[in-house]
Ligand binder design. Structure first.
Ligand code: NAI
Length: 260
């Protein structure tokens, strides 16, 4: 049985994923602000380092999988959101890469969002600042635009897809994939629904299947990417579990034919 690190393990999608991974017989090292094996604030460089050090100590330098579910959404302030959602995820992915390689057979799931492709007209300079690893600039642009959520999630998906097929990841036995949930009823979504600005926007978002997703539905998708028999051939996939919203808004956008 393996050892898996899960960030955001204390609530919502991370907690539901933890339950499934443990039910499958594996050991979970949870990382969260509180109520986890490693309590750390992924919004700060010190917290991220403490999280990486804590996981490495607990797993003894060998990790069979990582799920980066820690995150915040609107109306949480955009500037710290930029730090938590993008840099708090990438720091763990980079900091634990060596331990994943040491496993020789590891699986990573990056938690993105369908907002990365269903929120129109994203600020692409913010996406680029994320991908450049420029936290100061990303925070400054998040302040300017008062927005960071969808750009942080698009950047995470791009970061993962750029690296997933490389020698350092797939070639080193570490398969990385992205899950893109739609609106899922967790404390994060409830805070948005309760907000007088964001609530009507979220409720107005069409979900063809009807209703919101449940944390366990998203966790079932993560379990597929993480533990299923398909896992060793899964690399660079972005798995949407969003009730059909992305397909509704952009039916022909996936797959995009390659024109040379
Ligand atoms: P949640 O609020 O239930 O869980 C998020 C967890 O992240 C919490 O336990 C929280 O304490 C932790 N966290 C927040 N800031 C942190 C920090 N600075 N350091 C360490 N941990 C921190 O929310 P949910 O919905 O389960 O979110 C999980 C992930 O799924 C997030 O990345 C979110 O962006 C993503 N997602 C959620 C959707 C939804 O509709 N609920 C839709 C698409 C993506």
């Amino acid at each position: 049985m393996g050892t898996f690190a899960i960030t955001g393990s204390a609530s919502g999608i991370g907690a539901a994923t933890r339950a499934r991974v443990e039910a499958a017989g594996h050991t979970v090292i949870g990382v969260d602000l509180r109520n986890a094996e490693i309590d750390a604030d992924l919004g700060t460089p010190e917290g991220r380092q403490a999280a990486v050090d804590g996981v490495l100590e607990r797993c003894g330098g060998t990790l069979d999988g990582l799920v980066t579910a820690a995150g915040v959404g609107p109306p949480f302030p955009a500037v710290p959101m930029a730090s938590i959602n993008y840099f708090g995820s990438v720091a763990l992915l980079e900091g634990l890469h060596g331990a994943l390689v040491a496993s020789g057979d590891a699986q990573v799931v990056v938690v993105g969002s369908n907002s990365s492709s269903t929120q129109p007209n994203l600020h692409m300079d913010l996406v680029e600042a994320f991908l450049d690893g420029d936290e100061a600039k990303a925070r400054q642009l998040a302040e300017t635009y008062q927005d960071a959520y969808a750009p942080s999630k698009l950047a995470l998906a791009r970061w993962a897809r750029r690296l997933a097929p490389t020698a350092e990841w797939a070639g080193a036995g570490v398969r990385m994939n992205v899950i893109a949930p739609g609106a899922t009823l967790t404390p994060l979504l409830q805070a948005g629904l309760d907000d007088e600005t964001f609530g009507p926007l979220i409720k107005g978002f069409t979900v063809p299947t009807g209703g919101f997703g449940s944390p366990d539905q998203i966790a079932a998708g993560i379990e597929f990417l993480l533990l299923s028999d398909a896992r060793r051939f899964l690399c660079g996939t972005v798995l949407y579990i969003d009730g059909g919203t992305d397909a509704l808004f952009r039916a022909d956008a996936v797959p995009v034919p390659w024109v040379l």
